[in-house]
Ligand binder design. Structure first.
Ligand code: PMP
Length: 462
């Protein structure tokens, strides 16, 4: 590892006082945190004056980049008019109403109501609570288990982390909770068997799901949750026909399908929702992140009329619907959600993403010639590059060798921010990215991969 320059005053203060989520806490002293101070379009600037292409849109979320003036004005106007109000006890605000109406307008399936949260994790926790409440309303108290998938990411609150299918989110946190079942991850490159076609892989996964449901009893399972394209598990694009194969099995057992669109939503895959790009017909939907372009925290759960009716009937029986968050439906977030969707509509965001996708795919595809690259995958402007020790056998590096994290160090040196997920490099630029910026992103990624290749050779990691 290159010697780290002396830490700045801000970096030292940061390390003395801040716990960084999802970080190697034991190594931050040595690496030094990266402190950002401003943003412009797809660029962010650190406190040393270095500009980076933010190729991850922060955490897959700043679809409109880092200084959208209309968004700033919408936020300012809302702060002046009413900086806070809540949704409890039948209270409301105009931005919350307007955003719910907009979400219904763009929804891929019939949606009648919207429940607000402050984050994606809270949206997914709410999904589980609603599925339970719904089944209690229907007099099916046993129908409560939730199916998720290995490598899924649904957040980090206790239930959302239980739904998540990644070891770091479970190990040493005493998770997952009972009643959460993890079925296969639909990653053909990694989990397809030798000689198995993609269609056979899909059929095997569907059969495994059917076996799991029959083993557990369909009358004990409330819902399955799935990201159309898995994000934080490594940008895993499902094979053709995957959702079409599993959906009838869920329907047979009256199991709701929850689409976690927290990353996929609002144009990212070239449609308003990833479920539309990947043959999925969900019952309910979780959204957050790009809904406000992340200019303020906000999440939401979108539900159909028959669920709303059940919630009402159960609330009537017991007196109230006892769930809600202080900041759910915050007027600042809702005003920003309304404005972001208005901008996405005006700029034809799906069309725009689709028009940039051929360049994105071409540049990704070209990386396959690189000695480190085992697979590239993408959907719209969401991509992943999986690095391997041996391309022919797909042999992965030992995670302890830290090839992905070291690549992130090289990327940063070339003024590009991407996210290593193990040895997969995720790419998810703001959706406003222009062609020359996208080309610059890939040029820098290529330089960083060359640096990693030299480092791997020098350290003898193969
Ligand atoms: N679901 C998905 C698909 C996500 O990617 C994330 C966050 N990366 C979440 C849920 C959790 O969202 P939050 O961090 O806002 O709680």
């Amino acid at each position: 590892m290159a010697p780290t320059p002396p830490l700045s005053n801000l970096q030292t203060r940061d390390l003395a006082s801040v716990v960084h989520p999802y970080s190697p806490l034991h190594k931050l002293d040595q690496m030094g945190p990266l402190i950002l101070e401003s943003g412009n379009g797809v660029y962010v600037r650190d406190t040393h004056g270095n500009d980076y292409i933010e190729g991850m849109a922060g955490l897959w979320c700043t679809g409109l980049g880092f200084n959208n003036e209309e968004m700033i004005e919408a936020a300012t106007a809302q702060m002046r008019a009413l900086p806070y109000y809540h949704q409890f006890s039948g209270r409301g605000t105009e931005p919350a109403i307007e955003l719910a109406e907009k979400l219904k307008e763009i929804a891929p399936v019939p949606i009648s109501h919207v429940f607000y949260t402050s984050s994606g994790s809270e949206a997914n926790d709410t999904q589980v609570k609603l599925a339970w409440y719904y089944n209690n309303a229907l007099g099916r108290p046993k129908k409560k288990k939730i199916i998720s998938r290995i490598k899924a990411y649904h957040g980090v609150t206790l239930m959302a982390a239980s739904l998540t299918g990644l070891p770091y989110n479970h190990m040493d946190f005493d998770l997952p909770f009972d009643g959460i079942l993890h079925t296969d991850c639909p990653h053909y490159y990694r989990f397809g068997k030798d000689g198995e076609s993609e269609a056979e892989f899909v059929a095997r996964l569907a059969q495994n799901l059917r076996d799991m449901i029959e083993r557990e009893g369909g009358d004990t399972i409330a819902a399955m949750i799935a990201e159309p394209v898995m994000g934080a598990g490594g940008v895993i694009v499902p094979p053709k026909g995957y959702f079409e194969a599993i959906q009838p099995i869920l329907d047979e057992h009256d199991i709701l399908l929850i689409s976690d669109e927290v990353i996929n939503g609002f144009g990212r895959t070239g449609e308003w929702f990833g479920s539309q790009s990947h043959g999925m017909t969900p019952t309910t939907i979780s959204v957050a992140k790009q809904m406000t372009s992340a200019y303020a925290p906000l999440g939401a759960v979108m539900i159909p009329e028959f669920m709303m009716d059940a919630l009402k009937s159960q609330s009537e029986k017991i007196g109230t619907f006892g769930h809600g968050y202080t900041y759910g439906g915050h007027p600042l977030g809702c005003a920003l959600g309304v404005k972001a969707i208005e901008i996405y509509q005006r700029m034809n965001i799906c069309e725009r993403v689709r028009s940039m996708t051929p360049l994105f795919e071409r540049r990704l595809e070209a990386l396959k010639d690189h000695p480190l690259v085992g697979e590239v995958r993408s959907s719209g402007l969401l991509g992943g590059v999986e690095l391997v020790a041996d391309k022919a056998t797909k042999r992965a590096f030992d995670p302890k060798q830290g090839v992905g994290p070291q690549t992130a160090v090289h990327l940063q040196k070339h003024n590009l921010i991407l996210r290593p997920i193990g040895d997969t490099i995720a790419i998810c630029p703001p959706m406003i990215i222009e062609e020359d910026e996208l080309n610059a992103l890939f040029d820098r990624l290529e330089l960083a991969l060359d640096d990693t290749e030299h480092w791997v050779a020098k350290e003898g990691l193969r």
